[in-house]
Design a protein around this ligand. Structure first.
Ligand code: PMT
Length: 217
């Protein structure tokens, strides 16, 4: 058993995709499998933390010992995040949250119509920014950045604009890494330093992320 450096600490992790309904049978979502977030939960448990795992719909099993909270939409994720974040020492936003949802969700199945269909989308709340701006009992707040270009500048922009303590950037244009793969590579950024975590399994990467996080708790 590794040293229990997170004994007595509570970490809340979001994982997986969100689903934004269009009507009773359709939704907008993305390719997140939950593997990265679940690996982070497993690593935090291994180092002795109490873990809340707020998860979108995925097909993998939650690690034993995690407190699993299931959500579907970004709005549901926000509600749960605001319950668990103030009770946590750290919060990690690894979920792939939809930036937009349907402006109106049809109550009945939409019927096939003409050759084109226009959907109006409205902006979702930014969950990690809301957590990072909690006034009372704000946790150490860690975001992820999934980018296909300008990885460093976009990630640093999110670190600052969302008021995060740390951000884990992945280049999701690289095949075999990022969404729905077993491996990943990350660059971790803080305000004044950075650290490369080269390609390895999501479980190895997750342990390194959690060890870095532990230094700040
Ligand atoms: O689940 P896997 O298949 O293992 O894939 C892992 C992953 C690629 C999904 C993961 O490593 C990852 O990058 N997760 C973040 C995906 C994402 O939504 O990135 P983003 O750059 O769009 O968002 C930046 C940050 O803001 C993230 O911490 C995200 O959780 C958060 N966010 C985004 C939008 C929003 N409305 N609310 C948020 O909290």
């Amino acid at each position: 058993q590794p040293p229990q450096i997170l004994a007595g600490k509570t970490i809340t992790i979001t994982a997986g995709p969100t689903r934004e309904p269009l009507d009773p049978v359709r939704f907008i979502s993305n390719h997140s499998s939950g593997k990265m977030g679940y690996a982070l939960a497993e690593a935090a448990l291994l180092l002795g933390a109490n873990v809340n795992l707020i998860s979108g719909p995925v097909t993998i099993k939650a690690p034993i010992g995690a407190n699993l909270i299931n959500i579907e939409s970004a709005e549901q994720l926000l509600n749960e995040a605001l319950v668990y974040a103030p009770q946590s020492d750290a919060f990690i936003g690894c979920a792939a949250v939809a930036d937009y949802r349907a402006g109106e969700v049809a109550t009945q199945k939409m019927k096939k119509q003409g050759d084109e269909l226009t959907l109006t989308l409205v902006k979702n709340p930014d969950v990690i920014a809301a957590v990072a701006n909690i006034e009372k009992n704000r946790p150490y707040t860690v975001g992820f950045a999934a980018e296909t270009q300008n990885v460093e500048s976009y990630a640093k922009g999110k670190l600052v604009n969302k008021n995060l303590d740390m951000i884990c950037a992945n280049d999701v244009s690289q095949s075999g890494l990022g969404f729905n793969s077993d491996q990943n590579a990350l660059t971790l950024y803080w305000q004044n330093k950075q650290l490369e975590l080269p390609v390895s399994s999501k479980s190895t990467i997750a342990l390194k992320v959690i060890e870095q996080l532990a230094k700040h708790l």
